[in-house]
Design a protein around this ligand. Structure first.
Ligand SMILES: NC(=O)C1=CN([C@@H]2O[C@H](COP(=O)(O)OP(=O)(O)OC[C@H]3O[C@@H](n4cnc5c(N)ncnc54)[C@H](OP(=O)(O)O)[C@@H]3O)[C@@H](O)[C@H]2O)C=CC1
Ligand SMILES: N[C@@H](CC=O)C(=O)O
Length: 338
């Protein structure tokens, strides 16, 4: 069967962007067989054209001008892995409104502007997918939206930040200092560009706002999430907890209380035997409690190059196999015949 080519614009070539390029290259044939399209990267937006990258790309693919992607009618799908908030919102909004499907790993963007972006996507019948924005490789967004759609979710609780879990694990298991553990998390590509977002609990709060909004089917503003980070957690706190058979973890929680939804992020002391106490390194885990389901837990890598790329490329396949993309192709085909 003849395969058509689909052209993708990539915004960002850092940790996640490099992983996406690697995956699209190494799995090129396999992906084409799965979705029926040859996936081609048309242009890649970066800040610094001369920077050494985690992956080799032709220099001609790189651009510093976002218009090279936004104004290119051949680019049908935009993958946003550059981070940032209001400037990025404008780019993503324009992409959607010009009929391009968007995949993003940006929790900041989705937590603050998710409703506006969803409206734009709906108005143009294009996809806006962001599985990588919450808990890295764990397919929690799709599961909450689709698999648990018939159920009433009462509570979502878990470890949703890889960097802080890595730091706490290193401090607990290896007596590492907070500073050394943070430096290692940054070197491994787990931390945000500004790691304060991780250690302050803000990154986890963004993810919990998204999870709460999806699972409780009611928009939860980021400003309503109560948050406390791990900056104040000392070696003494960890040793004291250990002596009592407890483990300190940064826990996100979203609960339905009558008509209200309470969302929080804070360090908690869990008994050694608690399933979340066993989640270490950059791993994340999310518990979901729902009326019919009872309880379920999803577990996997919450950060890092290839795990995050796996979620992004999974979304890309979902777009290419989806109804909206097919409808767009049909309209274009009919247009060419007319
Ligand atoms: N790292 C992880 O494990 C995960 C990250 N995410 C999210 O994915 C996104 C990307 O993260 P990550 O790859 O770690 O970030 P990096 O900082 O490693 O990479 C960001 C990339 O975007 C480019 N970029 C940033 N701002 C601009 C701009 N204004 N104009 C042009 N290019 C720009 C940078 O260009 P240049 O290289 O030239 O500086 C860089 O290539 C973020 O939203 C993050 O929260 C989500 C899940 C996991
Ligand atoms: N900085 C984030 C990256 C993934 O979302 C984290 O550590 O979880």
């Amino acid at each position: 069967m003849e395969r058509r080519v689909v052209k993708v614009g990539l915004l960002g070539l850092g940790t996640v962007g490099s992983g996406v390029v690697k995956m699209l290259r190494t799995k090129q044939e396999e992906l084409a067989q799965k979705c029926g399209y040859e996936i081609e990267i048309q242009r890649i937006l970066v800040r610094d054209l001369d920077k050494k990258r985690g992956v080799d790309v032709e220099r001609s693919l790189l651009t510093r001008d976002v218009r090279d992607i936004l104004d290119d009618p051949e680019v049908q799908i935009v993958i946003e892995v550059m981070g940032g908030e209001s400037g990025t919102r404008d780019i993503v909004l324009e992409s959607l409104l010009s009929g391009k499907h968007v995949i993003t790993a940006n929790k900041d963007l989705v937590a603050l502007h998710g409703a506006q972006l969803h409206n734009a996507a709906d108005s143009k019948n294009v996809e806006l997918l962001y599985e990588a924005a919450v808990a890295g490789a764990i397919p929690i967004v799709r599961v909450l939206k689709q698999s648990f759609a018939a159920d009433q979710v009462r509570e979502v609780m878990g470890i949703v930040n890889g960097t802080t879990n890595f730091i706490l694990s290193k401090m607990t298991q290896e007596n590492a200092s907070y500073e050394d553990a943070l430096r290692e998390a940054q070197a491994l590509g787990y931390a945000e560009a500004d790691p304060h977002a991780d250690v302050s609990g803000l990154d986890a709060a963004r993810k919990m706002a998204i999870l709460a909004s999806i699972s409780m089917r009611q928009a939860v503003p980021l400003a309503d999430v109560q948050l406390q980070g791990i900056e104040g957690v000392t070696q003494e706190d960890i040793a004291e907890a250990k002596a009592l058979g407890l483990v300190i973890k940064l826990i996100g929680r979203a609960r339905r209380e009558g008509d209200a939804i309470e969302v929080s992020v804070s360090p908690m002391r869990l008994p050694d035997s608690h399933p979340l106490a066993q989640v270490n390194d950059c791993f994340n885990a999310v518990y979901v409690y729902a009326d019919a389901l009872g309880e379920a837990m999803l577990y996997g890598r919450g950060a890092g190059e290839m795990p995050t790329a796996s979620a992004v490329v999974g979304d890309l396949l979902a777009v290419l196999r989806g109804r909206k993309f097919a409808a767009q192709q049909q309209v274009e085909w009919i247009g060419r015949l007319a």
